[in-house]
Design a protein around this ligand. Structure first.
Ligand code: NDP
Length: 505
């Protein structure tokens, strides 16, 4: 039996990190970070706002040129050291992540174990990335070089606080940028800790700054700041629109990993047991609080009742409770706000006429009263126009919809404004590829769900975002491309003296 995580050793107060120094908010304000499993305060953090963002951007701007000029080999050595330190401190990171998000320790152990890979992968990319030599008519050499953008603002959510930040931080630093991080107000502790790890690994002061605070104050100030060369946000679609508009005003690069409502398409050639396991995992990992949650379970009508029955049975058996217990399968939701959203959508589903197949209630009594626990919930008899089928709930509430034909399945999978992810379950290899290629989503898994790798591009279509995380395409998104054209001939050129037919373009 795996052990419980050690109690996180979190100081009562955590200041911000600006220019390599621990800093209180200029206003002196602080706010509390809560453990959603029991409502207790884990610690206080500084409540940064526009003045602190100014200081952080100034520190990053001062540090950026030297970091940009640091050879890729040295940048890579620092990132590789950070990967090693993070791996060594993993139990501490897991314990804190469990405490601030309420996600079960088994999940966080599995998820965080891979985070060091992002630092080592992007360290390798920075050492090996090559630019091109391009065909150019006439006696010219045209080559391109990638340069860092400068100062990048990273705005991150609470659901995977370390992983999502890491997906941005590792490539941004590897490409030679300085960063200012505004983590979620709900889960700012591991973002502060990873900045410490990077400092210990030798990252120069000012290259990585963290301003804790709220979205409408610290977040908005960062996104409107003139000193920022790129904004990279993971968050809800509405936040994405606001931040993209601010980026547009200043013609700043923008990348947004936004909301989702992933479909899980199950054909009738899949074993019922496999279909039940697949839909259960896609629905309720992280208590449904993931952007790729399989919130829309599209099951072929010939097997729908059987799969639904097994899904209900397995949902009832899930062990919900203390996230530090290694046998717990579902923890609390991250906050009272998220719990209320889940409860609101359960009411909406009922009013819309969907059938509440299992779950539907806040869990109460005993220790449940102290935290924000909600039963894993499945609605059946759902139609695609219902709000529960269309709007992102971001909690343990999913819907089952039926289809008869492959064409219907594709139309349903595409019948949403979101386009982050989907999965297709079938034993028919041609159908697997065919359907995957017909779904308008940035990531489609075949016979699996929610797989990720630092080398594998990740990002949504439609209302789910702009840009990509992971892979070389992401590294390149943290650079600007300069094209250099060199004349190789010594032939004189004087357009206004010489009236012959010459080329000037
Ligand atoms: P939010 O959009 O509420 O917040 C994301 C971040 O933006 C937080 O740091 C938040 O600050 C900040 N923020 C809020 N308002 C503003 C503003 N006006 N200007 C600048 N920054 C602002 O998302 P959640 O934290 O609730 O995260 C859940 C959302 O993230 C879901 O929609 C989910 O789908 C999406 N997501 C997408 C992923 C993907 O890969 N596509 C992955 C994971 C999540 P504050 O600290 O105050 O909240």
């Amino acid at each position: 039996m795996p052990e419980k995580p050690s109690q996180p050793n979190i100081p009562a107060y955590l200041p911000m990190l600006i220019g390599g120094a621990r800093r209180d908010a200029a206003s002196g304000k602080r706010f509390a970070v809560e453990n959603p499993a029991n409502g207790e305060t884990l610690c206080e953090v500084a409540e940064g706002d526009a003045a602190d963002i100014d200081a952080a951007v100034a520190a990053a701007s001062a540090a950026a040129p030297a970091w940009a000029a640091t050879p890729p080999l040295q940048r890579a050595e620092i990132l590789n050291r950070a990967a090693a330190i993070l791996a060594e401190r993993m139990p501490e990171f897991v314990a804190v992540e469990v405490a601030q998000t309420g996600r079960p320790v088994r999940e966080m152990r599995a998820q965080l174990a891979r985070t060091p890979e992002w630092y080592s992968y992007f360290a390798a990319v920075s050492r090996t990335h090559e630019s091109g030599v391009h065909p150019f008519g006439g006696p010219y050499l045209n080559y391109t070089r990638r340069m860092p953008l400068g100062v990048v603002g990273l705005v991150t959510p609470w659901n995977h606080p370390l992983l999502i930040l890491t997906k941005k931080l590792a490539p941004a630093l590897a490409a030679g940028n300085a960063v200012v991080i505004k983590p979620s107000e709900v889960a700012p502790i591991t973002p502060l800790m990873i900045a410490e790890v990077l400092a210990e690994a030798g990252l120069p002061d000012g290259v990585c700054n963290v301003v804790t605070g709220f979205g409408p104050t610290a977040g908005a100030a960062l996104c409107a700041h003139e000193g920022i060369d790129k904004l990279d946000l993971t968050g809800g679609t509405e936040t994405g629109r606001r931040v993209a508009a601010l980026a547009g005003e200043r013609l700043t690069h923008f990348s947004g990993e936004l909301g989702g409502k992933a479909s899980v398409v199950v054909f009738d050639d899949v074993l019922d047991t496999e279909a039940a396991a697949a839909t259960l995992f896609a629905s309720f990992i992280a208590a449904g609080q993931t952007c790729v949650q399989g919130a829309r379970l599209l099951v072929q009508n010939s097997v729908r009742d059987r799969v639904l029955e097994m899904l209900i049975e397995r949902t009832r058996a899930l062990q919900i409770g203390d996230p530090t217990d290694p046998t717990t399968q579902i923890g609390p939701m991250v906050s009272e706000k998220q719990l209320n959203i889940a409860m609101k959508y359960v009411e909406i589903g009922k009013q819309e006429g969907a059938t509440l197949a299992v779950g539907g209630n806040r869990l109460t009594g005993g220790d449940y009263d102290k935290g924000y626990y909600h039963e894993p919930t499945v609605f059946s008899d759902v139609t695609n126009d219902m709000r529960i089928a269309q709007e992102e709930i971001f909690g343990p509430v999913v819907c089952v919809l039926g289809f008869d034909t492959e064409e219907e399945a594709i139309a349903l999978a595409n019948g949403t404004d979101f386009g982050l992810a989907a999965s297709v379950w079938t034993r028919d290899i041609s159908r697997g590829h065919r359907v995957a290629q017909s779904i308008d989503a940035g990531i489609v898994w075949v016979n699996d769900h929610h797989r990720i790798d630092p080398a594998s591009p990740w990002g949504g279509f439609k209302d789910s975002g702009i840009g990509k995380e992971n892979g070389i395409v992401c590294y390149e998104g943290y650079t600007k491309l300069q094209s250099i054209v060199v004349k190789l001939s010594d032939e004189p050129f004087d357009w206004f003296e010489d009236s012959s037919d010459k080329r000037y373009s």
